[in-house]
Design a protein around this ligand. Structure first.
Ligand SMILES: Cc1cc2nc3c(=O)[nH]c(=O)nc-3n(C[C@H](O)[C@H](O)[C@H](O)COP(=O)(O)O)c2cc1C
Length: 369
């Protein structure tokens, strides 16, 4: 019997009907041209509206912030209008939805950038063994190694913050309940946070406080536009993909968690590293994060319903996000309620394609009570 997972949760000014959060999931099916959410994307998110809250797939805040072809953006009028349709459809099903704001930094390629520019990063250091996804001039879509980025000048950083600010304005106009700043998984903000990828000597590099500066400036810009109660942040301490190796990962996360508390943001979303080969987070660190942050704390990564329920019951976190389970089970909450078996996700249809593997997983045959 689940004790807590299916109970309501107050978050910001909103009450979520349950604590089963849909994790952000890149599915590479945005409408083309223009990376615009389309009718198929509306259907996909609407099917999953019974989640306590949906976090959208990572959504680039600018063309510069894109690292994979076919991911959606939130920097043009058409993209904003596309997202508005997603939000309206989810709200019509009484769902809640957050937009994940994304800048990939060095996880990109000149083929994705305006005028073939180099990707940007805190320092001109390539992400070894990292890949991005491009469409070649002849139309072939393929994974390719990322390119060596150009280090952002100090004077350019207000422009980066501005990209997030504008994206937040568009996100709010589209009607999102929350905006999630993506500071996880090796993208721009984590590149600034991490000791190995940030070799800067200005006010954005060196000390932990300096490395965290851009994340907090971005957060403050988003808060300024939408208010702290509508904002969340995703962090992935100890994440080791994308050539990230942060020797101060825990101290940095704790410093940020305290800064988030001071700002009164709605939630902190911890993407755990172990599902992708990183270490397990320790109980001590989880308790420290819990003590440092006073908003809603969400954990994500490899959970079953029982494990998630126990985590919440023990007070370690308030909610749990599910990724791959939501890909394959639009009615995940109902399946948890019934203790029903789950469909198995098909990895071959995770990224790209059409309705197959996206909107056509079977759902439970609900009998009227
Ligand atoms: C296909 C796929 C796409 C993902 N896309 C994103 C993303 O856009 N943003 C993000 O923060 N995490 C992303 N993740 C990570 C998930 O949000 C989540 O942390 C991970 O799947 C572990 O949770 P799970 O074991 O419940 O699947 C992705 C994971 C998968 C499998």
């Amino acid at each position: 019997m689940l004790k807590k997972l299916l109970t309501p949760l107050k978050m910001g000014n909103t009450t979520l009907p349950n604590r089963v959060i849909m994790a952000p999931l890149t599915r590479s099916r945005a409408g083309q041209p223009g990376d615009i959410p389309n009718a198929l994307n509306v259907e996909y998110y609407t099917q999953r509206a019974s989640a306590g809250m949906i976090v959208t797939e990572a959504t680039q805040v600018s063309r510069q912030g894109q690292g994979y072809a076919l991911t959606p953006g939130i920097y043009t009028d058409a993209q904003e209008a596309g997202w508005k349709k997603v939000v309206q459809a989810v709200h019509a099903q009484y769902g809640h939805i957050a937009l994940q704001l994304w800048h990939v930094g060095r996880i990109s390629h000149s083929l994705l950038q305006e005028n073939g520019a180099a990707p940007v990063a805190p320092s001109a250091l390539i992400a070894k063994d990292a890949q991005c996804f491009v469409i070649q001039p002849d139309g072939t879509a393929e994974n390719v190694p990322t390119e060596t980025p150009r280090a952002l000048a100090t004077e350019e950083l207000p422009g980066i913050v501005e990209q997030y600010r504008q994206a937040a304005v568009r996100g709010q106009r589209a009607g999102f309940d929350f905006l999630e700043v993506h500071a996880a998984n090796g993208y721009l903000l984590q590149q600034f946070l991490s000791t190995n990828s940030n070799q800067r000597t200005d006010a954005y590099g060196g000390s932990l406080e300096n490395r965290a500066r851009l994340t907090l400036e971005v957060l403050d810009a988003v808060i300024e536009k939408v208010g702290a109660k509508q904002v969340g942040v995703r962090l992935s301490p100890h994440f080791m993909g994308m050539d990230i190796a942060d020797s101060e990962a825990e101290a940095s996360a704790l410093y940020l968690a305290k800064a988030f508390t001071e700002r009164g943001i709605a939630y902190l979303h911890i993407a755990e590293p172990d599902w992708i080969g990183g270490p397990e987070l320790t109980a001590v660190f989880r308790a420290q994060i819990r003590a440092a942050f006073n908003g809603v704390l969400i954990f994500c990564g490899g959970y079953t319903a029982d494990e998630a329920d126990a985590l919440i019951d023990q007070g370690t976190g308030d909610a749990v996000a599910f990724g791959r389970a939501f890909i394959a089970n639009a009615d995940l909450v109902e399946r948890f309620r019934q203790g029903a078996a789950l469909n198995t996700p098909d990895r071959t249809t995770f990224y790209g394609g059409g309705a197959h593997g996206y909107t056509d997983y079977p759902v439970l045959d609900l009998q009227p009570a």
